[in-house]
Design a protein around this ligand. Structure first.
Ligand code: F6P
Length: 341
C-alpha cells in the first residue's frame, strides 16, 4: 500500500515518535510506502507532500514538533474540500491515511471515513481531552514542563511574599492544571469543570500566608469564575470555531490584589508546554500508538483509532474519540481539594 501520514491541530511532543514508528514498521515488516502530507489537512487538500521513508525519519524520536508541519485547516469549511482531498489521494495513488491529531483533526478523519476515505486515527494532544483513550501523548510532557515551572515559582514567590498564579493550557479540560497542580503542591487548582469562587480563592490565599508560605495558584486557561463568564483576551475563532483562550490568570490576579491587598502576579506558560523534547512516557506511548496504527492499516481495519486502555493499546471506533470531550471527573478534583489553602 501507499499510505499518507499527516499531523494536524496544535502540535505536541511525540508526533515525530509516531511518524517514525509507523514508517519503521510499515517499511520493514509490511513493505508499504509512505507519503508525508504537510501541515495537517492542508497537505491532502493542496497536494503538499514530503518524502517519508527510513532515511527521512531517522533521528527524530527525541525531537519536539512535527517534521510534517501542522495547521488547523478544516477541509469541511473549504469549498469542495472533500472532493479535492479525494482527487489528490487518487492522483498520488494513495490507498489510505494515518491521521495523527486531536479533537478537530480526528473529527475531520471521522467524517472522511464516513465518506469512504480509508483512515486510521492516532490520538494526540497536550490537553488529554480525547474520549475513549486513557491518555493522549503530549500530555505527560506538558505536565512535566508545568511542574518544573511551579517548582521554580515556589522559591521566588516565597522570597517576595507574593501570590503567583500559573495559567496552564488545556482548553475546556482541566487535566494539565489538575496533574501539574497536584504534582507541584499548589495552594489551589482551578479547572473549567468546576467553576471557582473568587472569595474562596482569597480565603485559601490568606490561609497559605498564615503558614508563612507564599501561595501558588494553578489555573486552567478555560477556568470560569462562579461570578461570571469565561474570560479571554481574544474573541477571534479558528476554523473549528474555537476561541483563543488565555487571560483568566491576569484577571484573577487583579481580583486577589483588590480583595486581599496582597501582591499577585501571573505567569502564562502558553506554548512552552507544547515545545521541546517529549518525556520518556510520551516517547513510549507515541511509539506504541504508531506501531499499532500501521498494523491496523495493514489489516485494513479502517475507521479505527488506536487508544490506551490501562496498559494495553487497543482499537476503538474513530467516531467515539470525538463524540464527547473527556473532562475531569469532579470526584477526582475533590481528591485534590484536601491540599487547598
Ligand atoms: O489543543 C492544544 C492547545 O495547546 C490548547 O491547550 C490551547 O488552548 C490551544 O491548543 C492553543 O492553540 P494555538 O496554538 O492555535 O494558539
Amino acid at each position: 500500500m501507499r499510505i499518507g501520514v499527516l499531523t494536524g491541530g496544535g502540535d505536541c511532543p511525540g508526533l515525530n515518535a509516531v511518524i517514525r514508528a509507523v514508517v519503521r514498521k510499515g517499511v520493514k515488516e509490511y513493505g508499504h510506502e509512505f507519503v508525508g502530507f504537510r501541515d495537517g489537512w492542508k497537505g491532502p487538500l493542496e497536494g503538499l507532500t514530503k518524502p517519508l521513508n527510513l532515511e527521512t525519519t531517522r533521528g527524530i524520536l527525541p525531537r519536539g514538533g512535527t517534521i510534517l508541519g501542522s495547521s488547523r485547516t478544516n477541509p469541511f469549511k473549504i469549498e469542495n474540500g472533500v472532493e479535492k482531498i479525494k482527487e489528490n489521494l487518487a492522483k498520488m495513488d494513495i490507498d489510505a491515511l494515518i491521521a495523527i491529531g486531536g479533537e478537530d483533526t480526528l473529527g475531520v478523519a471521522t467524517k472522511l471515513d464516513a465518506l469512504g476515505v480509508k483512515v486510521i486515527g492516532v490520538p494526540k494532544t497536550i490537553d488529554n481531552d480525547l474520549n475513549n483513550t486513557d491518555y493522549t501523548f503530549g500530555f505527560d510532557t506538558a505536565v512535566n514542563i508545568a511542574v518544573e515551572a511551579i517548582d521554580r515559582l515556589h522559591t521566588t514567590a516565597e522570597s517576595h511574599h507574593r501570590t503567583l498564579i500559573v495559567e496552564v493550557m488545556g482548553r475546556h479540560a482541566g487535566w494539565i492544571a489538575l496533574h501539574s497542580g497536584l504534582a507541584g503542591g499548589a495552594t489551589c487548582i482551578l479547572i473549567p469543570e468546576v467553576p471557582f469562587s473568587v472569595e474562596k480563592v482569597c480565603e485559601w490565599v490568606e490561609s497559605r500566608y498564615k503558614s508563612s508560605f507564599a501561595p501558588i495558584i494553578v489555573i486552567a486557561e478555560g477556568a470560569v469564575p462562579q461570578e461570571g463568564d469565561m474570560i479571554t483576551k481574544d474573541q477571534t475563532l479558528d476554523a473549528f470555531g474555537h476561541v483563543k483562550l488565555s487571560g483568566i490568570g491576569d484577571w484573577l490576579a487583579g481580583q486577589i490584589e483588590a480583595k486581599t491587598g496582597k501582591e499577585a502576579r501571573t505567569s502564562v506558560l502558553g506554548h512552552i508546554q507544547r515545545g521541546g523534547t517529549p518525556t520518556a512516557f510520551d516517547r513510549v506511548l507515541a511509539t506504541r500508538f504508531g506501531l499499532h496504527a500501521i498494523t491496523a492499516a495493514h489489516e485494513g481495519d479502517w475507521g479505527k483509532m488506536v487508544a490506551l486502555h490501562g496498559t494495553n493499546i487497543v482499537r476503538v471506533p474513530l467516531a467515539t474519540a470525538t463524540e464527547k470531550l473527556k473532562t475531569v471527573d469532579p470526584a477526582l478534583y475533590k481528591e485534590a481539594e484536601i491540599f487547598f489553602g
